[in-house]
Design a protein around this ligand. Structure first.
Ligand code: UT7
Length: 329
């Protein structure tokens, strides 16, 4: 029987943004040609977003995930063949099936028959995936996990709907976690409330060879905003209490990067100085499940996040779902 492990620890991080960087002005110019009015001023004032990246026409979510994963594997210094668990958090998979995680395993050339599956919790997907991987590693069932958040949200955006199409971008972030005697993930908390499924959804499915319903993202922005501000504070406090820490013990807060106003409000409610929050929404837009690992990788690589520091990640998104994890980096 496999022996249980004390902790799962982050060994390395990686990320990838597609080459096509689209500024608010670029987007406003494109939209104006089809009679949709928006402006850099509106987008910056309401969201804090200045630019986002869009995948090339021939790039899929697993392609973005592959770049991010290779970066994370290199940073972790592990043999890819030792990775016995791959979890991809995504709402924009390459196919209905097989999972993006299985496609990624094949692209990485991993032949060890470890587990690979996708997690569908929209913008909370990465927080969900970290909590799942931590449980599977601590139970002794798996030893080395590749956890990825990867999205091509541009594919489900309705570019005639200015209330949503200016908000999202494409990208991928990844981490490698491994069993360890040293502290890693300290606590996690996950939640969902399906009664809010209609305020943020892409309500289409494949039926009889065609898409039935709508394959575009729909959002009631104000309803999502209110719920997000409320649950992000609660789930952060819950994860901190489980870890027997307070907000003062947190070196870095990495919230889901959807809207700077939601992020600043969460930071204020937790009484954390804004300088301790990692902010990438301005350059990435909302990349859904990719937003947290993208921000994590940016702050690790620019030297802000150091070994031994406590990091709090938290996500909120469609479902409705929300979750948080505290880990010692
Ligand atoms: O990733 C999952 C989590 N998602 C989120 O956290 C998103 C949460 N929601 C939000 O971030 C905000 O609600 C939005 C950024 C989506 C919208 O901001 P808001 O301050 O709630 O604006 P609003 O929806 O109240 O719209 C204000 C005005 C409206 O015009 P009127 O009715 O006041 O004349 C909109 O039609 O802004 C208009 N508007 C725009 N104007 C220019 C909406 N979108 C645009 C746009 N450009 N792109």
């Amino acid at each position: 029987m496999a022996q249980s492990n004390l902790y799962s620890r982050v060994l390395g991080t990686g990320s990838y943004l597609p080459a096509d960087r689209v500024t608010n002005q670029d987007l406003a110019d494109r939209l104006a040609k089809q009679g949709v009015e928006t402006s850099d001023e509106w987008i910056v004032a309401r969201t804090g977003i200045h630019a986002r990246h869009f995948a090339a026409a021939d790039q899929t979510t697993s392609d973005l995930a592959l770049f991010a994963s290779n970066n994370a594997i290199e940073a972790a210094g592990v043999d890819p063949q030792s990775i016995d668990l791959i979890i991809v958090a995504t709402s924009t998979p390459d196919f209905v099936f097989p999972s993006t995680a299985c496609l990624l395993q094949n692209k990485l050339g991993i032949k060890n028959n470890g587990a690979a599956f996708d997690v569908q919790a929209v913008c909370s997907g990465f927080a969900y995936a970290v909590a799942i991987a931590d449980s599977l590693i601590r139970s002794g069932a798996h030893r080395t996990a590749l956890i990825v958040g990867a999205e091509t949200f541009s594919r489900i955006l309705d570019f005639n709907d200015r209330t949503t199409c200016v908000l999202f971008g494409d990208g991928a972030g990844a981490i490698v976690m491994q069993a360890s005697d040293e502290p890693g993930v300290l606590a996690s908390a996950l939640h969902a409330d399906g009664s809010y499924s209609d305020i943020l959804c892409t309500p289409g499915n494949v039926n009889g060879g065609v898409v039935a319903g709508s394959a575009f993202l729909h959002m009631d922005g104000q309803a999502v905003f209110k719920l997000a501000v409320n649950v992000l504070e609660k789930v952060a406090v819950e994860a901190l209490e489980k870890a027997q820490l307070t907000a003062e013990d947190i070196d870095w807060l990495i919230p889901h990067q959807a809207n700077i106003r939601i992020m600043q409000s969460t930071c204020r409610k937790l009484r954390l100085p804004q300088e301790r929050m990692v902010v990438t929404v301005g350059e990435h837009g909302n990349t859904s499940a990719a937003s947290i690992p993208l921000a994590l990788d940016v702050a690790v690589r620019d030297g802000r996040i150091k070994r031994g520091q406590n990091v709090l990640i938290e996500g909120v998104g469609g479902g409705f779902t929300w979750g948080a994890s505290v880990f010692r980096y």
